[in-house]
Design a protein around this ligand. Sequence first.
Ligand code: CDP
Length: 275
Amino acid sequence: MDKPEKFIIDGIRLDGRKPDELRPMKIEVGVLNRADGSCYLEFGKNKVLAAVYGPREVHPRHNQKPTTAVVRFRYNMASFSVEERKRPGPDRRSIEVSKVSREAVEPMIFTEYFPKSAIDIFVEVLQADAGTRTAGINAASIALADASIPMRGLVSSCAVGKVDGELVLDLMKDEDNYGEADMPVAMTPDGEITLLQMDGNLTREELKKALEMATEGCKQIYKLQREALIGRYKKELEEHKEDVELVETITESEETSIESTTTVNIDESGGLDDE
Ligand code: CDP
């Protein structure tokens, strides 16, 4: 598509969104049987798949770290994910996206719990429409949680950019291609930034506002990530309803017996006090 004359008409963007509106997000957790954790995520027209393996043995062994786990992140774009066929295999861009994505999620993982082991994260982009690194980070974060990797929290990610001199949240492809700036951000639920990149120019004031918009966007994404993870385990609980009820009955009866034992103990100690 050629450069549109205007990106915002009467306060509405080309895809019908307001400047501070995210694209719709769809999340499915636990979609791959072989992976320890996985997630399929759609962010607007982006479609990505994340798989997590580990903690597992490090190969080659000389890459292992004696006191922490090694976190490896591979971002890959399928040849058919973009308009013009992408040459298969790693290139400068995918190596860069893999590196910054690893740095975005790694601080949230308790790597010190798993010395000498590896946690491998794979992100496959099936369909790209700008913001694939942010989609990949959101999916990877969910897949890590699905793999039961102990984490300080989830990482959420979205970009803020500038088109027609105005800041907009979560750029789609034309805004990314022809816009004046693109700033992908990833942050923790506490608002700590784990990824901040910038393409183009923003003034100091714009940067401040862009960070506020990104924070708001990440908060909304965090909510969706959390809901998706809770939904997955609710579904699992429902599927094993009978087992859950049985466990609850056993727990209840155990609690009752603990209570009665405690009463006896109190009586006994009371008796001792009286002596
Ligand atoms: O995807 P993201 O915004 O994180 O990264 P980018 O390097 O800013 O790429 C922006 C968009 O350009 C991608 O999402 C794709 O839609 C497109 N692209 C492409 O068409 N062909 C490539 N080889 C790489 C990117």
